[in-house]
Design a protein around this ligand. Structure first.
Ligand SMILES: [Zn+2]
Ligand SMILES: [Zn+2]
Ligand SMILES: [Zn+2]
Length: 135
C-alpha cells in the first residue's frame, strides 16, 4: 500500500505516515518526515512563542497575586475577614455602600472600628480612611 504525502508529493509506503484518527484513512496527510519538519517550524513560530510567553507570564502574575493575598490574610486575618464579608454583603445588597462620611466622596472603603463586628461599617474615602488608621 502506498500513499502520496501532501507536502513533498512523494509516494511512500503507509508505514512512513503517522496514524491520525481524525482522517478518513486514519493516516496523516504528511509523511513522518514532513510532519517532523512542519512541527519543528510551528514550534519556532514567533507568534506561537509570544503567545506561550504571555500565557506563562499571566500564570506567574496570578500566582503572585495569590501569594500577596494569602500573606495579607495571614497578617490581618480579622481585617481580611471583615472586608470580605462587607464585599459580599454589598454585592448581595444586604449592605449599601455609602459615600465618605467626612467628605462625601462616593468612592469609599469600609472602615471597621471593631473587626469583630463586620457589619458596623464606617464608610470613608481612601484619604480619610488612611487618616482614621493613623489616629
Ligand atoms: Zn512528505
Ligand atoms: Zn473623605
Ligand atoms: Zn479601616
Amino acid at each position: 500500500m502506498l500513499k502520496i504525502c501532501s507536502s513533498c508529493k512523494d509516494t511512500k509506503s503507509l508505514n512512513l505516515f503517522n496514524t491520525n484518527k481524525n482522517r478518513k484513512d486514519k493516516l496523516d496527510h504528511y509523511c513522518k518526515e514532513c510532519r517532523r519538519i512542519y512541527d519543528r517550524k510551528r514550534a519556532n513560530n514567533p507568534v506561537r512563542l509570544a503567545q506561550m510567553k504571555v500565557a506563562s507570564l499571566k500564570h506567574s502574575l496570578t500566582g503572585k497575586n495569590d501569594d500577596t493575598r494569602r500573606k495579607r490574610k495571614k497578617l490581618y486575618p480579622e481585617r481580611y475577614l471583615a472586608n470580605s464579608l462587607v464585599a459580599r454583603a454589598v454585592k448581595s445588597g444586604i449592605l449599601e455602600r455609602q459615600p465618605c462620611t467626612v467628605c462625601n466622596e462616593p468612592k469609599s472603603e469600609a472602615h471597621h472600628a471593631d473587626y469583630t463586628k463586620p457589619f458596623e461599617v464606617n464608610w470613608l474615602c481612601r484619604q480619610h480612611h488612611m487618616l482614621e488608621h493613623r489616629k
